[in-house]
Design a protein around this ligand. Structure first.
Ligand code: PHE
Length: 451
């Protein structure tokens, strides 16, 4: 068998994993949730939950992956006893299915981003009819850009870990950061931005413990760090044994939060700039417009009020969104592809194309039944599957895997880990605290627990 892929440096892993984490979840989802959950209060809760709940689970995935150096199903089987093996298969395949379904809806939204970016380019050269088609919600438009997005994603994954995922993550992530900074700087010069920053940064602490806010922040923390589907486990399996895992994980979590925060600094003020320019940003019930209305109505309306500059800003904004989406979608596709390659023995390119096209068929089915399936698949994967699989990953790291093997794995790259704060807290945490809290929040959100 060919040698397994491995990230060629620490930086390469950090960029690839941050690329996975930073996606539409950060730049689309996060500002929307902030807008509909009391501004700064949501930001505060989100940051706390990411460090208290999501980071420990991220570590569980990374350490299992690096230990086993296999695809997700094989990794979980490797750390299992005979008795727990069926659970390993169940969890591994459930993760693969969830990653695939997430890609199924994600690719549709990502396709819109490409279409909106091209629409700005069309505006720039005065191709108005084309621009209108690109921003209209037609079946053909949606299908075309689903296909375009899959070609890009499959094309990268087909080249493997170093020549595909690593190469493109290290190229695209710096671009993403430059673009987001440039856009914040520009929006900051506009009328109304200061009001937006005030709303964004001032927490209304009375809302911090609101159950809806907690559930929404937890879901966001999971989705944003790409947890509960095995993505981070597979990426972890490509980390060299000489790296210090707790530090790498913390770096990725911090970058992910940092970019989400920056996306808020961009999108929320942009809404208020839009308002200052006469665009409606509140709906009839007096709440801020959220959901896709924000990105696909309010922001384009804002760009329009800015004339020629607006077209360029819009183009840059949708390029930013597209980059964010691609570095995430390749990490979703990697989960089933790694399995098809390593456990089922397909060649890399074949695995990427076969699996990629099957998942594309799922997206096509969703496009044809958009009204029924789109929201349903999002809920199924992000509200139910991700937290439940997250709990199962904790069970594997905390209960099933032998503790001395776990310690030995962490000692690789950090020989003194046994004396660290991390080792004093994390094992018990991932064993008891994380699964219990996630379970409580999960049950609460279905009205099964009233606290
Ligand atoms: N973290 C990505 C985002 O924020 C989404 C994602 C989920 C990526 C699961 C991989 C796996 O958009």
């Amino acid at each position: 068998m060919a040698a397994r892929g491995e990230f060629s440096s620490r930086m390469a892993f950090v960029l690839a994993a941050s690329g996975s984490a930073i996606g539409l979840g950060n730049i689309w989802g996060f500002p929307i949730k902030v807008a509909s959950n009391g501004g700064g209060a949501f930001v505060f809760t989100y940051v706390v939950l990411t460090f208290l709940l999501a980071y420990p689970i991220l570590m569980a995935e990374l350490v299992i992956g690096r230990h086993a150096k296999s695809d997700t199903v094989a990794s979980l089987v490797k750390i299992s006893s005979r008795k727990s093996r069926p659970l390993a298969f169940l969890t591994g395949y459930w993760g693969i299915l969830t990653a695939s379904l997430i890609l199924g809806f994600y690719a549709i939204v990502a396709g819109w981003m490409i279409a909106f970016g091209l629409a700005s380019a069309a505006d720039l050269i005065g191709a108005n009819a084309q621009s209108e088609w690109l921003t209209g919600f037609s079946l053909n438009r949606n299908l075309t850009f689903v296909a375009v997005f899959y070609l890009l994603t499959i094309g990268i994954v087909a080249n493997g870990v170093t020549a595909g995922i690593e190469k493109w993550s290290t190229r695209l992530m710096p671009m993403l950061i430059v673009l987001i900074l440039a856009l914040i700087a520009y929006i900051g010069t506009q009328n109304g931005a200061a009001e937006g920053w005030r709303v964004y940064l001032q927490p209304d602490f009375s809302r911090v413990l609101n159950p809806d806010l907690l559930i929404s922040a937890l879901g966001q923390a999971f989705f944003s760090l790409s947890l509960g589907v095995g993505t981070m486990m597979v990426y972890g399996s490509y980390i060299s044994k000489s790296e210090n895992l707790p530090k790498l994980g913390a770096t990725v979590a911090a970058i992910d939060i940092g970019i989400a925060f920056m996306a808020g600094l961009l999108v929320i003020p942009a809404m208020y700039v839009a308002q200052a320019n006469g665009v409606t940003i509140y709906n009839e019930s007096g709440a801020l417009i959220d959901s896709d209305g924000l990105i696909f109505t309010v922001l384009p309306a804002l760009f329009e009020t800015m004339g020629g500059t607006g077209i360029v800003v819009s183009l840059l904004f949708f390029i930013l969104m597209t980059i964010a989406a691609i570095t995430s979608s390749i990490s979703m596709l990697e989960v089933p592809v790694a399995h098809a390659q390593e456990s089922l023995g397909l060649a890399r390119k074949k695995a990427a194309w076969v699996v990629g096209l099957v998942i594309m068929a799922v997206s096509v089915v969703i496009v044809f039944n958009f009204g029924v399936l789109f929201g349903w698949v999002i809920d199924l994967t992000t509200k139910y599957s991700e937290p439940l699989i997250g709990i199962l990953f904790c069970v594997f790291a905390g209960w099933i895997w032998k503790r001395n093997e776990l310690l030995q794995e962490l000692q690789q790259g950090k020989p003194d880990v046994e004396n660290s704060f991390f080792w004093k807290v994390w094992p018990a945490y991932v064993k008891v605290v994380c699964p219990l809290i996630v379970l409580m929040v999960f049950m609460h959100s279905f009205g099964l627990l009233n606290v």
